[in-house]
Design a protein around this ligand. Sequence first.
Ligand code: ADP
Ligand code: MG
Length: 277
Amino acid sequence: MTVVIKCEDLHHRYEPADEGGVEALSGIDLEIARGEFVAVIGPNGSGKSTLAKHFNALLLPTEGRVLVAGRDTRDPDLLWEVRRSAGMVFQNPDNQLVATVVEEDVAFGPENLGVEPEQIVRRVESSLDAVGMLARREYAPHELSGGQKQRVAIAGILAMEPEILVLDEPTAMLDPLGRREVLETVMDLNRQKGITVVFITHFMDEAVRADRVIVMDKGRVVLQGPPREVFGQIDMLHSVGLDVPQIAEVARRLRDMGVDVPPGVLTVDELVAAVCR
Ligand code: ADP
Ligand code: MG
């Protein structure tokens, strides 16, 4: 396993608005492997966005350190390398598209990196193709649905050829179809191109699809593991104010009623199989 993101005793304290300030991250130790798909969940204010912004040096540790592909984010000489290797996608698709035409928008990142024009054309095509938006390359952003806009935003990041994609609640403002489009797109990029994905979400059914789920509360990682293990900890998740996937909840209720359902059931098929057994 190659570690691509490493946090060592990471603390982040925002500028003190008053005495003391807010410690948003309180000692995070974390390793993310190359090619991994990690979901980050946690209640509002638990530090998810603050953590994500450390992965591409939008924020720097106030204590401890973060290594991205081996590069210390505090080193000013490495800043652009760090920014280029970890691309960020945010919640609101409308804030991320800057050009009036889809393909121009996707070209924007590589243009800023000084990539050769022919290379840019190739990157724009392959990035739009990778998110299934090549056919809409000449559209204006306002002609697209929320899910399509978010996929164009992802293409714009891909065109900079990052090895890590950090997405901060990219589906929060989308309808169910858009949410599915974006999740499937990101999962494809992870599986087919080997891009490491950090996917912050408050939808538990999305987190279930990850290789690993990291649960944050009050600036700390309070639980992490494969979805089956994490979503088996129903009381723990409830205690930090999180829901569990519906099927896990149903399985738990059946178990409470005396039905023999094994722990770790997460899909309808698994539940049906367990109940029929
Ligand atoms: P999440 O993404 O999990 O909702 P955030 O990382 O946005 O959590 O916030 C973590 C904590 O840091 C919260 O207490 C929040 O109020 C505080 N915080 C976030 N951004 C700022 C900021 N720019 N200045 C001061 N405090 C902030
Ligand atoms: Mg947030």
